[in-house]
Design a protein around this ligand. Sequence first.
Ligand code: KIV
Length: 268
Amino acid sequence: MVPTLNITLNSLRKLKAAGEKFSCLTAYDAAFAHTVSTAGIEVILVGDSLGMVLQGRDSTLPVTIEDMIYHTQCVAQGNQGALIMADLPFGSYATAEQTLENSAALMRAGAHLVKLEGGRWLCESVRLLAQNGIPVCAHLGLTPQSVHLFGGFKVQGREHEAARVMLEDAQLLEQAGTALLLLECVPTDLATRFTESVHVPVIGIGAGAGTDAQVLVLHDMLGVTPGRRPRFVKNFMEGQSSIEGAIKAYAEDVKSGQFPAEEHQFTS
Ligand code: KIV
């Protein structure tokens, strides 16, 4: 049976306007897409984090557009009405034309919007995608595809100038037509200002409680990722007897504002 698309960008805009939080989780296959969407998560992210989570790499850089198309197709098969956002992987959006070609491939695979990492230099691509009917989410702050430029997975925007540039990038990307913004690993006060300064919904990860929505990597919040757990992650399996219960608890805690708590946030 073809799933009915219940959650649209309009639904997310209405939630922001009403001051109601929404949640996003990664999924990379049909079974988890089914579980996540039926547990009440509004947005499924087919993230290039699959390079680290599924493929065991130490960064997202080795992930290819073919990997992303395959996993987007898998997720689309299991999804029950969530909005599917698919990542453009490293090196797949160097020019506006390449961005359009690869985004169209992800949309044909079942995505409802695509996500790319970066600031104002992406405005031309964002505009071209919007003109071609492809909604975009621009990912700012800690952009993992630039990990080697940053010298590690570090909190971004702590310095006054970096924060100013980030806020300006958001304005420019919004003017270019980005439908959503995603902010990773920035101090809570900056993320809150950022969210208040734009009209489009802002999804945060490690960006505190002031954003319109939260996203986590599914395997992190289920406590099955090996190694050290990042500060912004909560293990939602604790106190739950099923994966479905953990995902529902996450959705409820985001809605009620209980997650992220202070211990999951960064200060300036
Ligand atoms: O790839 C991914 O899962 C992401 C999240 C960390 C936001 O981009």
